[in-house]
Design a protein around this ligand. Structure first.
Ligand code: SF4
Length: 596
């Protein structure tokens, strides 16, 4: 019998034949990888060959749950979608939330993995009767939200649906998978699903699973709920993540016009403080969440858009666009098409710079042009015109356009940069460079150390390396348990407190030291997958622009991040992680991974 909170098995479905089988997940393995992103990494090693093209039928796509899903612990209704990314070629996990996590787990599985490809556009149904495929011809071209609504209308309200939009169907390499308005956003896993001709996966709860110590879990849930109303989450409740915009602008870490500046003079027009007054119409939350960070804004024309710092940064300052209506419209369009806003904005910003330099023949595509932003998003989502080139992301497009444009393509490992300026945030610079997923602020939260005031953010060194490792480890555990990152500030002894939660649910006696080791294992498992998938030491690096061009602060001071400083931090990171000088693992680390 599996530990509390687990079923001890994954369902593996062949989308080509419709045949499914169960993969047993022993306790020892679950304890080593927990669930979510961690278990997903192990599943990719076990079921996928790192050399297989991410869009080939043989590439596995996993929906991975966790032991905490279905408990009353706040923010625990989350799932990870895991596959090799068509954008980066590296291991990719993207998290999403809400009822799909609960219903998917209560099909009786800790993960649902899809291999193969359907002959026709299809929907995968999974419930107590197992897995089966049904046709989806009538859903072609529909948005994820429309698809979800239609399927629940047809199948019944107790079905929960994760779907792709038009961009996923057309193989845009940063297409999303969506459920209930939330997105497994980064790394193009919507394209992986589209390549399997799966428009949606629908799940229905069929069973229950109990925690090992229900009273302890209930008590912890009450405590966590109370803490979730405190000051550590106030920002998310009151203004949402868009509160970052003015704060980041003030300290010159708001990437602007494709990282040509770190401040955006028109930032106040897009700020939560200003925009919220006029446009905020509702606040919402994922299932099982007491924080409620979702801030819904009305767009011109009556549509409603969920607004985050990252989508406003990417479609606003990064593209030089200051018209709030245009940014809201562009954000809504990304949701409809099924596009990751960060990669879309980063790739468009690169294209705008190319157009200005005459490297791309698109005189209409200019920084700050709101109409051009909406036009190019539509072209990307439908892979028409210039959009066909940009649908593969900035790295690929720069390789084809040439003319030195790779130097200012804003990506790491092919994934476009989030809204944090590495030249003014040196711990984050390291976190972005070495992260397995590429340029990503959710798998490395090193910016927290930069912003804490405890270390010099323009002067990276040993303390920045330690901070980057610590936040990477914390993210590995939170993404595997899974708990929302917006809850992180309520924990005073994170690893010990997370261990107590995991122990109450599973019945294992886990302590903080064990969870720290688990974190290191998960981080290493991702790195080893990437090495097997073709990672090279040069992939742990930042775009040339960030290492060769200084950036001016609002104060007039100039900030630089030299290649020597970044190399020094990477070398120290490898040493502290127990890696060799080239970033490879030692045999003891490999043996701990339980890969075969
Ligand atoms: S804090 Fe926000 S993202 Fe996190 S679980 Fe709650 S509503 Fe969802």
């Amino acid at each position: 019998m599996a530990a509390g909170g687990y079923f001890g098995r994954a369902l593996v479905v062949d989308a080509g034949t419709g045949v499914s089988e169960e993969l047993t997940l022993p306790d020892e393995l679950l304890r080593a990888y927990i669930g979510g992103a961690g278990l997903g990494a192990w599943l990719m090693h076990r079921l996928g060959s790192p050399g297989v093209d991410p869009l080939a039928p043989a590439a596995p796509l996993a929906f991975v749950f966790s032991p905490l899903v279905g408990t009353p612990l706040t923010t625990s209704a989350k799932f990870a979608v895991v596959a090799r990314s068509p954008l980066t070629g590296m291991l990719n996990d993207a998290l999403s939330s809400s009822q799909f996590a609960i219903a998917g787990k209560l099909t009786g599985h800790d993960a649902i993995v899809v291999r193969g490809a359907c002959a026709q556009p299809s929907v995968l149904l999974v419930d107590g009767d197992g897995a089966r495929l049904t046709g989806a011809a009538e859903l072609a071209g529909r948005t994820a939200a429309e698809t979800e609504a239609r399927l629940r209308e047809k199948l019944g309200r107790n079905w929960r649906v994760a779907a792709i939009g038009p961009a996923g169907e057309r193989g845009v390499r940063y297409a999303t998978i969506s459920h209930d308005g939330r997105h497994a956003g980064r790394g193009g896993l919507g394209a992986v699903m589209g390549a399997k001709r799966l428009k949606a996966i629908a799940v229905r709860a069929a069973t229950k699973v109990a925690p090992a110590h229900p009273e302890e879990v209930l008590s912890a849930a009450r405590d966590l709920r109370a803490r979730s109303f405190g000051p550590a989450t106030a920002k998310y409740r009151e203004l949402g993540t868009l509160a970052n915009l003015l704060a980041f602008n003030a300290i010159s870490t708001l990437p602007t016009r494709n990282f040509q500046a770190a401040t955006f003079p028109d930032a106040p027009r897009l700020a939560a403080e200003e925009l919220g007054e006029m446009r905020r119409v509702a606040r919402n939350s994922c299932a099982s969440c007491t924080i409620g960070c979702e801030h819904i804004y009305s767009a011109r024309g009556g549509g409603k858009v969920r607004v985050e710092y990252e989508n406003v940064f990417a479609l606003g300052p990064m593209c030089g666009v200051s018209d709030p209506d245009a940014v809201l419209a562009a954000s809504g369009l990304c949701d409809e098409l099924g596009l990751d806003t960060i990669s879309a904005g980063g790739t468009i910003a690169w294209a705008m710079e190319c157009a200005e330099r005459g490297l791309i023949d698109a005189p209409w595509l200019r920084f700050g042009d709101a109409g051009a932003l909406v036009r190019i998003l539509t072209e990307i989502g439908t892979r028409t015109g210039l959009g066909d080139l940009l649908a593969d992301g900035s790295r690929s497009a720069a390789e084809r356009v040439g003319g030195g444009s790779s130097a200012f393509a804003p990506h790491v490992k092919g994934m476009e940069m989030p809204g944090y300026e590495p030249r003014t945030l040196h711990a984050m610079a390291l976190g972005l460079a070495v992260n397995a997923r590429g340029a990503d602020h959710n798998r490395s939260g090193a910016y927290e150390a930069d912003l804490s005031g405890d270390l010099a953010r323009l002067d990276g060194g040993a303390a920045h390396v330690a901070a980057a490792i610590e936040t990477e480890d914390r993210a590995a555990v939170m993404d595997s348990l899974i708990l929302c990152k917006f809850l992180r500030g309520v924990f005073t002894e994170p690893f010990g407190e997370w261990a107590a939660l995991l122990s109450a649910v599973t019945g294992w006696e886990v302590d903080g030291a064990e969870l720290r080791q688990t974190a290191r294992r998960i981080v290493l498992a991702k790195r080893v997958f990437n090495i097997r998938a073709g990672w090279r030491p040069a992939d742990d690096w930042l775009p040339e622009r960030l290492l060769s061009e200084p950036v001016q602060l609002g104060s007039g001071r100039v900030a630089t991040l030299t290649p020597q400083r970044l190399r020094g931090m990477i070398t120290a990171y490898y040493a502290a992680r127990g890696l060799d000088e080239q970033g490879g693992p030692d045999p003891a680390g490999l043996a701990d991974l339980q890969l075969m």
